[in-house]
Design a protein around this ligand. Structure first.
Ligand code: NAD
Length: 326
């Protein structure tokens, strides 16, 4: 899309961990009149609906998707509605239906209405046979979780629509996202957010992943930066279109606990491993190579482990003092 054309953005799954913060950031960037937030659930907590128009939208209903695109004259769709890894593993059929059916509807509606699409893939798109250290941009992808299956298929589907129909479908492979707004919606690695809440409230945390489990992570401001960055990238420079590896830091549970202890010295952590989530986490990269994103659209993160931890504790600590930490 040319820079002259004003972006008119539809966000699906806007009440989730990423959507609730990305929507507000898109509003600041493109204007409140140019962003429409949607979700299958009503916005009872007023996460976004005080700031931008909000509509109920089930992405499995193609006519509803088309109707909203036309009503609001949308030209860019951030498609965030999905079932996350741990939930999709418990309900694999629903995971497939929502993640694939929703994406297919969004791509078809985007094609018919000439919209660009952002599709977030994940480190979950890799599997145990993927090189785990410095995971390359283009590599073996044989995930063993339903979530991973839908993410690989989603990446391929976006490439297919791009090559076959000229649809501008772009995206990144997010690592684990850490945020202080909405709690994560049932991922394999929710520990990296929960740990901050428990550290501030109780000074202790029981981690469901075992010591030594290294994973890529990213603080929410960087996730937003990546989401906007890839969509605004100069198409002439893009050799890849979607599923760019992006990362900001990688650490193990004990490294995160040690960093938190620098701020809260009496914090302690023990472990009670959840085998299902451990199995999934073990099949994901220890750390990815995000060189393609750096080269093709100048991706650079702003937050490392120390900066992210300091900010999380400052924000959540203040909220706790005000009695607002749930
Ligand atoms: P989330 O679970 O917090 O939010 C998903 C939202 O989608 C929810 O508000 C839910 O109500 C909505 N939804 C579910 N089914 C729907 C349907 N049929 N129609 C419309 N809305 C529906 O997820 P999130 O963490 O915000 O993730 C957003 C996207 O980013 C997902 O595609 C996810 O796979 C991807 N991602 C997230 C992470 C992470 O760490 N959070 C990492 C990698 C990729």
């Amino acid at each position: 899309m040319g820079t002259q054309t004003a972006r008119r953005v539809l966000v699906t799954g806007a009440l989730g961990q990423i959507g609730s913060e990305l929507t507000l950031s898109l509003k600041d960037r493109y204007g409140a009149d140019n962003v429409i937030a949607t979700d299958i659930q009503p916005d009872t907590k007023k996460k976004v609906s005080g700031d931008v128009p909000f509509a109920l939208l089930d992405v499995l209903k193609l006519e509803m998707v088309e109707e909203i695109i036309q009503k609001y004259r949308i030209n860019t769709i951030y498609h965030l509605a999905a079932l996350l890894s741990a939930v999709a593993e418990r309900k694999p059929r629903e995971g497939w239906d929502i993640n694939m059916g929703g994406l297919l509807n969004v791509l078809d509606a985007a094609r018919a209405n000439k919209c660009s699409v952002f599709f977030p893939s994940s480190i979950g798109a890799f599997g145990p046979s993927t090189p785990q250290d410095g995971t390359p941009q283009d590599t073996v992808q044989r995930p063993e979780s339903m979530y991973g299956v839908t993410k690989v298929a989603g990446e391929l589907l976006c490439d297919y629509y791009c090559k076959r129909f000229g649809l501008d479908a772009r995206g990144v492979r997010f690592p684990v996202i850490i945020s202080n707004g909405t709690l994560p919606g049932g991922g394999t690695t929710d520990y990296a957010v929960e740990i901050f809440y428990e550290a501030i409230k109780k000074r202790r945390y029981t981690c469901f992943l075992k010591e030594g489990t290294s994973l890529d992570m990213m603080y929410m401001p960087d996730a937003i930066k990546a989401s906007v960055g890839v969509m605004e990238a100069d198409p002439e420079r893009l050799k890849h279109r979607n599923s760019f590896n992006v990362t900001a830091m990688h650490f193990t549970p004990e490294m995160l606990a040690a960093e938190i202890k620098k701020h809260l010295p009496d914090f302690t952590m023990d472990y009670r491993v959840d085998p299902m989530r451990q199995r999934i986490a073990d099949s994901w990269p220890n750390y990815m190579d995000d060189g393609a994103a750096r080269e093709e659209w100048d991706w650079r993160p702003d937050f490392d482990l120390a900066a992210m931890t300091a900010d999380m504790i400052a924000v959540l600590g203040k909220r706790h003092e005000q009695g607002l930490l749930v």
